[in-house]
Design a protein. Structure first.
Lengths: 353, 412
């Protein structure tokens, strides 16, 4: 008899467990991987699973909107939440590839500040995304191999007389054309206006011509620290978090040069037509609240909420893009939505010339 | 005659048997056919179709395009057409599809994207009656660029559902407003890149032949004990991941890599050579990766050649070298054809290795196709570039068939 009761209880527990599994949903969240993805896993994905009991499949991609576009156009939605660069966000949202995220669902900061005031400028500009990080593109040098005379400005990057050696840049027009104009003496505030004109574009390419023979072009940010480390290049462009991870975790003797860095945001967005939209909104509400955002400091990407600032380690603070806003310019997503393709073609032509 | 001698029942049963066998044979092949249909025929068909058919704009603003049909392309269009666009833009802004229109028009007229987006956002706030009454004025007031004729031409041009414009772009050509075809007044890169891809592919084919032929000859004629071991050395890299092999070339060729360190250590060089991120790196890495495609068909054909032919030729007085070229070499041609075609066709569309080690001058046409698929999202142009590449390969294959004969191909 006891055995029977035990068996019944056991069966009941099993049924109950099965029932709760059926209610548990699975959300697919996609981001950029690497040290950044690991930080998101620790501070956003894992705590959310623990808190709600839902399952998250956390996957990697390499940016761009091609995959989102393919999913939405075919109606076969695989991804629910995507970490997307603002430079792509403008276009993805306007093409109807993303869901609108209502602002009134965002919780206030932990210090009680209403969400709309708590988020920093730019973090809620586009109705399809909620800002996750401030990050920036800059160049770094290897203090062991650079010698006595250290470059410190963007002009130095283009100065092959004083600083002979290879420079490494990502193979795309973005950031490189901005840098060329700034190094050529253009005021930072006028860069995008000038780049929209034929003369401005010609001027930027002419400036790039002066270093063309000294440039190594690479395709992915992950190649950058390697290029600086093995001595292939003396000045290398990358995202600040990549260099930070190389310095912090691998003890590399790199130094970041903040002059004319081009900063941008990443946001969480929801793919249009996601079958788990409600849960996706829950996730975004959680992941963009004060404490999870503050966790992004681990990879030196700045939080998008003011209320996260007190939680940032004072030692990391000078390495966050937000501490160098005055030295940099904001990447213009609208400009690149207009000219990304035509300048991309011109850039490829220039490379082959 | 034999049919007559058979009884009708026998004939029927023979036919039934034949049908049954055909059906069985078909069922055996069916999975492959279905696979080919879904994985090969359908995607290629859809690519060909996409390269000439782009109904996006025609579906988004049909009424405006109707109004623009009679416009002569000079000066601003009629106020009705402008008003209709203002009304359409409001509708698109409400559906959140104005970005699709913006993206399509922007391809023809860079800068149109933000113009259409900002105007659509503005029209969203205007009520319908006001739009119907004075939409044209509101639209022209929204941005000074609406006065530019090029914008309106671009809208009309992007509204054509069927167009060969992407093929023209892929050949560095364009159509003038009056309809003539002329060299493109923008970046001209694609023809040069096709030529570069063909040149790199030919170089690689030649190199794999020079490296692979002697080796295959040795493998085919060496004692089994040695040739089996050596064959493993050919196959081992063949089974290794493509990415691993490409990355190992990065380690070898980079500025402080193995090759440079060795050359400088032995005093042959005083400063490192830059070998990585050049066409040289693309060619050498791809030659290594594709070498087995040349060796394996050559080896299996050579294995089947009776060595007594060569001995017979020499016993009849031929010198070794003429005997080789007049007797042995022609017999290996089927394997050589197969190997060369495989290497050439695989390498002309290669993508990952040039992207990783090619730098700026080692790029191939596939890298630009990937650019238009992933970054600029100009899928119709990517489809046109891909279709042209396919046509080019078919053309080369056809030429080859005329000159050498495709029936001569043998994999052993």
């Amino acid at each position: 008899m006891k055995k029977l009761v035990a068996a019944l209880v056991g069966a009941g527990t099993l049924l109950f467990a099965a029932g709760s599994i059926a209610q548990q949903q699975t959300l697919t969240v996609v981001s950029f991987g690497g040290a950044y993805g690991a930080a998101q896993q620790r501070h956003m994905v894992d705590p959310f699973m623990e808190k709600t009991g839902h399952r998250i499949l956390f996957e990697d991609y390499s940016g761009g909107i091609a995959e989102i576009k393919a999913q939405v156009e075919s109606g076969n939605i695989q991804w629910d939440v995507v970490d997307i660069e603002v430079i792509d966000l403008e276009r993805a949202c306007a093409e109807g590839l993303l869901e609108e995220i209502p602002r009134d669902i965002l919780p206030p900061g932990d210090d009680g500040t209403p969400a709309l005031e708590d988020f920093m400028e730019g973090a809620l500009d586009n109705e399809c995304g909620v800002g996750v990080i401030f990050w920036t593109t800059l160049y770094a040098i290897n203090t062991e191999t650079i010698g006595e005379n250290k470059p410190s400005t963007i002009q130095d990057f283009f100065d092959t007389e004083q600083f002979p050696g290879k420079r490494a840049l990502r193979k795309r027009p973005q950031v490189n054309l901005e840098w060329a104009l700034i190094a050529d003496g253009v005021d930072r505030a006028e860069v995008y206006d000038l780049l929209a004109t034929d003369e401005g574009q010609a001027r930027a390419f002419a400036k790039l011509d002066t270093i063309k023979d000294d440039v190594i072009w690479f395709d992915s940010w992950s190649q950058a620290p390697q290029l600086l480390n093995d001595g292939g290049a003396i000045m290398v462009q990358s995202a600040n978090g990549r260099f930070y991870a190389a310095i912090q975790d691998d003890g590399r003797p790199f130094e970041m040069i903040w002059d004319a860095h081009v900063y941008d945001l990443d946001v969480w967005s929801i793919v249009r037509g996601s079958p788990n939209k409600e849960l996706a909104l829950e996730y975004i509400k959680f992941a963009t609240s004060t404490v999870p955002l503050a966790g992004m400091q681990e990879v030196a990407y700045g939080p998008t909420r003011k209320s996260s600032a007190p939680l940032v380690d004072p030692a990391v603070l000078p390495l966050l893009p937000s501490s160098h806003i005055d030295a940099g310019i904001k990447a213009d997503g609208i400009f690149w939505a207009d000219y990304g393709e035509s300048l991309g073609e011109k850039f490829n032509e220039w490379l082959l010339r | 005659m034999s049919e007559i001698s058979l009884a009708k029942a026998d004939l029927d049963s023979a036919r039934r048997e034949l049908r049954r066998r055909k059906l069985t044979a078909f069922l055996f092949v069916a999975p492959l056919l279905v696979f080919l249909l879904f994985a090969f025929v359908a995607p290629i068909g859809s690519m060909l179709f996409r390269s000439v058919h782009n109904p996006n704009v025609a579906e988004l603003i049909p009424d405006t395009l109707d109004q623009l049909r009679d416009w002569d392309g000079e000066g601003l269009p009629d106020p009705e057409a402008i008003r209709q666009l203002a009304i359409d833009l409001k509708r698109l802004a409400n559906d959140r599809t104005s970005g699709r229109l913006a993206g399509e028009v922007n391809r023809i007229q860079p800068g149109a994207s933000s113009l259409i987006q900002s105007t659509a956002r503005r029209m969203r706030g205007v009520d319908d009656d006001e739009l119907a009454a004075s939409g044209d004025v509101l639209l022209l007031e929204a941005h000074a660029n609406w006065q530019r004729v090029e914008i309106w031409r671009a809208i009309r041009e992007s509204g054509r559902a069927y167009t060969i414009a992407h093929y023209l772009t892929a050949l560095d050509l364009e159509r003038t407003p009056s309809g003539e075809i002329q060299p493109r007044d923008g970046p001209r890169i694609y023809v040069a890149l096709y030529a570069q891809s063909l040149r790199i592919a030919l170089t690689i084919t030649l190199l794999t032949f020079l490296l692979g032929y002697p080796l295959s000859y040795y493998l085919a004629n060496a004692p089994a004990r040695i040739s089996n071991v050596l064959l493993i050395f050919v196959l081992l890299p063949f089974w290794t991941s493509l990415l691993v092999r490409t990355t190992s070339w990065i380690a070898l060729l980079q500025t402080n890599g193995v090759v440079n360190t060795f050359l400088m250590g032995t005093g042959i060089l005083s400063s490192p050579l830059s070998m990585l991120y050049t066409e040289f790196a693309t060619v050498i890495a791809m030659t290594h990766i594709l070498l087995p495609f040349m060796i394996l068909p050559l080896y299996s054909v050579m294995k089947g050649i009776d060595p007594s032919y060569l001995r017979a030729a020499m016993s009849m007085g031929a010198k070794p070298i003429p005997a080789f070229f007049r007797v042995y070499f022609p017999m290996t041609l089927p394997g050589l054809s197969a190997g060369a075609l495989l290497v050439f066709i695989v390498s002309v569309g290669y993508y990952i290795t040039p992207a990783l080690v090619g730098g700026s001058d080692g790029q191939m046409i596939s890298n630009l196709i990937a650019f238009h698929m992933q970054q600029s999202n100009n899928w119709p142009l990517a489809a046109a570039l891909g279709s042209l590449l396919l046509a080019l390969i078919l053309l080369l294959y056809w030429t080859y068939d005329r000159l050498v004969g495709a029936r001569n191909i043998s994999f052993g």
